[in-house]
Design a protein. Sequence first.
Length: 417
Amino acid sequence: MNSERRIRGTLFSGGRFEFALADHGPPDRSGHGPAADWERLARGRLTVDGRSRSVDSLLARDFHALRALATARGLLHDPAVSIPCSNCEKRFVVRPGAAFPTGPFDDAELNDDELDAPFLYDVPHLLAGQSGEVYVRIAERTVGELLPAWRAVADGRTAFSRAFVDAWGLRAVGDASEPGPIAQALRSDEILALSVEELLQAAHYPARLTAEVRCPSCDAANLVEVPFYREFLDEEVTEMPLAAFDASRNGFPDDATFARIAEGVAAPFLAADAEHAEGAIVPRPPVAFRVDAGIPAVDAAGVPLLGSYRPSVDGLPPIVTLYTRSFRAVAAEATEEGADWHEELEETVRHEFAHHAAALAGFDEVDDDEQAEIDEEDARRRGRRVVARERSPLRHLLFWAIVLALLGMVVLALRGR
């Protein structure tokens, strides 16, 4: 008789669930995506808040949470995918499900304003189209309602044909509010169709359904989607392409020009520090400044740095470093030409020289504040109770060694009485 594999947790809609699936050995690797996972999960037994439920009755976002947890716990196949690091661009292989943080689902911590924010259904969303922006309105959908559309995509059929407009919950696209005209509007506008695909993904997959994986080369954190295969990824993928960013369109200069601009921004701070160093009672070297066009360093959270500060070590001067590639990434994502990266440059120079001033004073509150922000982000993503348990002194051998030593001292003291 086959045993069962069980998972428990919290759904985005708030219910506590338990899911059991007969253990038939390693997960089936044939097929991928929501329709294929439905075929496997529909054979299981689901209860929500103690009541039996069908998988078909789940809201889309709750079903995808179940898919992510089932993948993380080995009930569904976790595909190996080669991804390029967003920082150093070197490739490495990950299994997204294995990296998925289940703590917030285990401990009912799905209340983050960003990661767990509910999607706004039945209200207009402004999307890009070939001829300008268009308002699109969608309705919330259950698994049973979406299943025909998922199967259509899996079978290679047109996703937005008239037959599946209602399955997707498309209520209005521009002036069109009936299935036929909506389908026609999407077939005739490829940009709008892609925008609608992105809107549906945002509606059905809260931001929490991602995992952070560290690059083995530069330690940068990279986000991967869990479940990896989503509605419109209808072909097997073993290698993700490198994202192409064009920073020049937003006025970002070449490396040498950027270095000269950065040196100009830093010049007043360098002059003030040199004057301070010259008049210091205890001689010290003035701070050095450099612009690094190579791979940026990352902080403790794996985020590529715009700038960094290294205090004086062994008589060597302290160094403020700016990383050109990080600013280029800012420029590539900016919506206004030039504005964002210039502002970031000035703010980063001020920030790093604030580190320098704090280091000279002997206490860097700026660094403490940054570490507190990193710890908060870690707790948001992996779960506050998970992080608290990891940091508990009860987990550390030193704590127990001290306890045993104190108990030993008490015993010896009692024997000596």
